[in-house]
Design a protein around this ligand. Structure first.
Ligand SMILES: O=C(O)CCC(=O)C(=O)O
Length: 248
């Protein structure tokens, strides 16, 4: 093994040096298989190349107003997202009830999938939009690394580092016993953090970059929570897509 391939095969983030944690380079899939207590991950830092990643960002944003990646999306006032006519993705700015008040989520989102697979989260039942060419391409590429077929995807758009997603698990009943979640990132690098349910100090901070794929599997959703916290220094937008398999 030469020096370069050796360097390439070192996990680019830290996992605790303790029993139950290990990782190996997976040559066939060009990524790392990572074991944590009660869970497994697969991390491929540059799963999608720059060209595909840039095209994905463009595809998600294409709209009749000509606003692209460098637009100041933060300036779009709350409730004004629908004034932009997106060509490929039906972005929404959902509201949730909090302490008797309606508040906008700190991100935009969209839900795509097979038409017979509605999904319920935080009390909302969402009817998915139909697959399109761009999302099907991404889904097919990710499916080459897992032995399941995904039938839905939740898309999150973080306008900048002020947008975030709080601690949660993807353990809804309709995802089955040990869900396999395929998470892909486009745009700005953001930290994705996992922490154990029973010991919140046990954390792993995983940088998700432009084109990175992270697969979560095994019992992970039952023993670990995850979040993408605020990162105020991040000024650029970022998309995260989590592919899932819903079983009713
Ligand atoms: O943006 C991310 O990296 C996380 C998204 C997520 O946790 C989710 O969609 O459930």
């Amino acid at each position: 093994m030469d020096l370069f391939s050796k360097q390439e095969n070192i996990l680019p983030f830290e996992v605790p040096d303790k029993d139950g944690y290990s990782w190996q380079w997976n040559e066939e899939l060009s990524g790392f298989d990572i074991q944590v207590p009660n869970g497994e991950l697969f991390y491929s830092e540059y799963f999608f190349n720059e060209k595909v990643s840039a095209r994905s960002v463009e595809y998600f944003l294409e709209n009749d107003s000509g606003l692209l990646q460098d637009a100041n999306w933060r300036e779009l006032k709350e409730g004004r997202l629908e004034t932009v006519k997106f060509k490929n993705i039906k972005w929404r700015h959902d509201k949730l009830q909090m302490y008797g008040k309606e508040v906008y989520l700190p991100r935009y989102s969209a839900w795509y999938g097979d038409s017979d697979k509605p999904y319920t989260y935080s009390g909302l039942t969402l009817q998915p939009n139909d697959w399109n060419e761009g999302l099907e391409y991404i889904k097919n590429e990710i499916e080459k690394t897992v032995d399941i077929k995904f039938n839905s995807v939740l898309m999150n758009w973080y306008r900048d580092g002020e947008d975030y997603i709080n601690w949660h698990t993807d353990a809804e009943k309709e995802l089955g016993v040990n869900p396999v979640i395929g998470s892909v990132n486009f745009g700005a690098t953001r930290d994705f953090v996992i922490r154990r349910n029973d010991d919140n100090s046990e954390k792993i901070k995983i940088p998700l970059k432009n084109g990175t794929l992270l697969i979560m599997k095994g019992e992970l959703q039952h023993h670990w929570e995850h979040s993408a916290p605020k990162r105020k220094k991040v000024k650029d937008l970022r998309f995260n897509l989590t592919f899932r398999k819903i079983d009713h």
